[in-house]
Design a protein. Structure first.
Length: 404
């Protein structure tokens, strides 16, 4: 393992195998981790498959908007000179990079799972999933401009989640698309569960990939996927709640150890008012995942839905501390504190959100919370106890700023 290029922002790490005639250049997905003391995207999978790899690793979730990317890609290109096949590969943010840097490494093939065209609000105003990052990042025209790609990328995605992004990619370049509704974002999880990820990667690398046949087979396997069924359950409208619960229960039977399948069922149980069942199931998920923050958040939401605000508070704090860089979670915690009548603490939580992401919705919440804090202080001086107002409105506002 050798670092071919390293700066404060990006590393290109070489992990060759015995076969150096084929190389895959990978790019990190969102949330894979900060810094460089970690595996690259797909590192162990590619090593076990006997495929030589270059792992391009960004220092954080910046969509590779680094001025030194040209130099980094030059190092990657030099390392694969003479190879029979070079493929760029990534999921989500990594899929964005796999398409955009394919020409820079002279790739013969591209595999992009659930990619973005861009998350720059000026280019993709409909994209709201990474708003905090999209406003933080300085978008470089040499990276985030019009796509030029000589290879014809293979793009696997859920059109309900990423159709707008893929449509925009197609305006710039020709692609081979495999659209799989209800596999969610990223499609990687579904492909791995159904045993399709490895053949997809190897066939795309070899040049033997047939996207129409692959799409047919991927759709055929949906009924045996707990991930697919749980996503399909969560997509059902309110008047099909019975069908949603049935689908979620089937998902859990197929994948009894899958926290994602169990989570979907818990959320639906909570929406049905079956709070004890939902909370019990979420307690099991939190334990089995060693208190992973994403599941703590859902556990707090279920406790709040059950009116168990005091119980929810320490778990909310734990989740926020684990993901303190995410502004929407500070606003989320502020809503809980407001419900508990702790207006001053709610103000402080929203101020933390604004420090990370000064969006208008947070300022609106801050104004409301400050009004309540001042009114509470006045009521206490007058010997009265005041219940926080506008809770329904606040709940609606928080749902609007929660990250998708």
């Amino acid at each position: 393992m050798i670092d071919l290029f390293r700066s404060e922002s990006v590393v290109v790490r070489s992990m060759p195998t015995k076969d150096v005639s084929r190389w895959i250049v990978t790019f990190d997905n969102y949330g894979i981790g900060h810094g460089f003391d970690r595996p690259g995207f797909g590192q162990e999978f590619l090593r076990q498959s006997g495929v030589s790899a270059l792992h391009v690793m960004g220092c954080q979730e910046d969509w590779y908007q680094y001025p030194e990317m040209a130099e980094a890609m030059a190092a990657a290109r030099a390392a694969t000179v003479g190879a029979d096949r070079v493929m760029t590969y990534g999921s989500s943010m990594g899929g964005y990079a796999a398409i955009r840097f394919a020409d820079a490494v002279r790739a013969h093939a591209v595999l992009a799972l659930s990619p973005q065209y861009s998350i720059d609000p000026q280019k993709m105003p409909s994209e709201t999933r990474w708003l905090q990052d999209s406003h933080r990042i300085t978008w470089l025209p040499e990276v985030d401009g019009r796509i030029i790609c000589r290879a014809r990328p293979v793009v696997v995605f859920d059109p309900l989640e990423d159709g707008h992004q893929v449509t925009r990619i197609q305006r710039d370049i020709d692609i081979r698309q495999v659209a799989l509704p209800y596999v969610s974002h990223p499609a990687t999880t579904y492909l791995a569960e159904t045993g399709l990820l490895k053949p997809l990667v190897l066939q795309a690398l070899s040049g033997d990939f047939e996207h129409i046949a692959f799409g047919r087979e991927a759709r055929r396997r949906r009924g045996a996927s707990s991930f697919y069924l749980s996503n399909l359950a969560m997509r059902q409208p309110a008047h099909r709640r019975g069908l949603a619960l049935d689908l979620a229960q089937r998902a859990v039977k197929i994948g009894p150890s899958s926290p994602l399948a169990s989570l979907a069922l818990a959320r639906l149980l909570s929406a049905e008012g079956r709070h004890d069942d939902a909370i019990k199931r979420l307690e099991g998920i939190v334990t089995s995942t060693k208190r992973a923050p994403v599941y703590l958040i859902s556990y707090v939401d279920a406790l709040v839905a059950a009116g168990r605000f005091d119980e929810a508070r320490p778990y909310a704090r734990e989740a926020v501390e684990a993901l303190s860089h995410q502004a929407h979670l500070h606003a989320w915690e502020g809503a809980l504190l407001q419900r508990l009548g702790e207006a001053r603490e709610a103000v402080e939580a929203v101020e933390r959100a604004i420090a990370l992401d000064p969006r208008p919705q947070y300022f609106q919440l801050l104004e409301t919370y400050r009004d309540d804090a001042e009114a509470n202080a006045l009521s206490q001086r007058n010997g009265a106890v005041r219940v926080p107002r506008m809770l329904a409105r606040l709940s609606t506002a928080i749902r609007g700023v929660r990250k998708a």
